[in-house]
Design a protein around this ligand. Structure first.
Ligand SMILES: *Cc1c(COP(=O)(O)O)cnc(C)c1O
Length: 371
């Protein structure tokens, strides 16, 4: 059995260290916000090359609270992609703004900048490019368009901790970058957590206020906020884990190179492409195949775990039907939704496991095409 992700292999080697630091949080009593969160915010801002980081309860909260802090709400439009985790569009809806989609590029699976300008209207307030699977979107072009129209950029970097574009880290390009530390992410907590990074000191301080009930000083609430604070235990664990992120991302890239080489010139399979001047961090290694059901059956038989990110694009989800999208509106996303298979690429995966997956997949492909 080859798992899709091995949480135990991930967390056991440093368990003693985690237990020690969790013990320290218990002794300090800094469970909600506090010194461990402040320390992690400094560590994470520095890592991303951003001026500020604001810890929150999840990646979804990071997206929602950022839009709130930017004054986005009813009557506004926010542009993003339909091929993402649902949270991206969901956060837009929860502010009261209307989500507007542009399709993804068929090579990088990130926002197609050529389709962007056509959907900008006088109501457009922000663009949320998603660094899908761990690859930064085409930021130069997207930022150029945004600047020309005076529109804000919020990066959904929930899958891209440490990914680079022209030597700069994901999250550091837009007005704000939103991260998730959900346990399975490249930088994962022991529960729910997220953060926003930004160079804008005013935005950072508004985010700090909003995440804590709009409190400006003790018992004084200057605006309506919410409880989006980060846990001290999560922050303490993340401060330990961040020291290992680059090494783990390098291991993911090693696995990806093994797959890339093995899949080179294999018919009926498209391996992921890395755009120019990018460093991919392979949160997900997604291949595309034409005959997915047959190939998935074969992988199941061989006890190789896989996943599909994402089998239903957001514009075709039941919850989004009220906006009136239909099949055919975003053809690249729809085709990818039918063809994607995510293969195991977790850092602790062994060379033998990657080789076995390669062999079985190639066999499945011949089998699948014949079937
Ligand atoms: C995981 C994820 C989110 C949401 O993060 P949570 O911490 O689970 O709320 C948002 N966007 C993308 C692209 C994600 O992968």
């Amino acid at each position: 059995m080859i798992p899709f992700l091995d949480m135990k292999a991930r967390n056991t080697p440093l368990k003693e260290e985690y237990m020690k630091v969790i013990g320290e949080v218990i002794d300090s009593g800094d469970f909600s916000g506090g010194s461990y969160v402040e320390q992690f915010e400094q560590n994470f801002a520095k890592y991303c090359g951003s001026g500020h980081a604001v810890g929150v309860g999840s990646g979804t909260e990071a997206l929602w609270l950022t839009m709130l802090a930017m004054g986005i709400g009813p009557g506004d439009e926010v542009i993003t992609v339909p091929m993402s985790f649902v949270a991206t569009a969901e956060a837009i809806c929860q502010t009261g703004a209307k989500p507007v989609f542009v399709d993804i590029d068929e090579h990088t699976y990130t926002m197609d900048p050529n389709a962007l300008e056509a959907v900008i209207t006088p109501l457009t307030k922000a663009i949320i490019p998603v660094h899908l699977f761990g690859q930064v979107a085409e930021m130069d072009t997207i930022m150029g368009i945004a600047r020309r129209h005076g529109i804000l950029i919020i990066e959904d970097a929930a899958q891209a901790h440490g990914a680079e574009y022209k030597g700069r880290k994901a999250g550091s390009f837009g007005g704000a970058g939103c991260f998730s530390f959900y346990p399975g992410k490249n930088l994962g907590a022991f529960g729910e957590a997220g953060a926003v990074v930004t160079d804008d000191a005013e935005l950072a301080s508004r985010l700090r206020r909003l995440r804590n009930h709009g409190q400006s000083s003790k018992n004084r609430h200057s605006e309506i906020g919410w409880n989006c604070r980060m846990d001290g235990i999560q922050a303490a664990v993340l401060s330990l884990k961040i020291a290992h992120l680059d090494r783990e991302n390098e291991l993911r890239r090693n696995h990806a190179r093994i797959y890339d080489k093995g899949f080179d010139a294999v018919e009926g399979l498209t391996s992921p492409e890395v755009g120019p001047r990018r460093t991919h961090v392979y949160h997900v290694y997604a291949i595309r195949v034409l005959n997915r059901p047959a190939i998935c059956r074969r992988l199941e038989e061989k006890q190789i775990a896989f996943s599909v990110h994402y089998p239903v694009p957001i514009h075709l989800q039941e919850a989004f039907q009220k906006f009136g999208w239909k099949t055919g509106d975003f053809p690249v996303s729809e085709q990818c939704a039918n063809e994607f298979i995510s293969l195991p690429v977790f850092p602790e995966m062994t060379f033998d496991q990657a080789s076995d997956i390669l062999i079985e997949l190639k066999a499945a492909l011949t089998h699948g095409i014949a079937a």
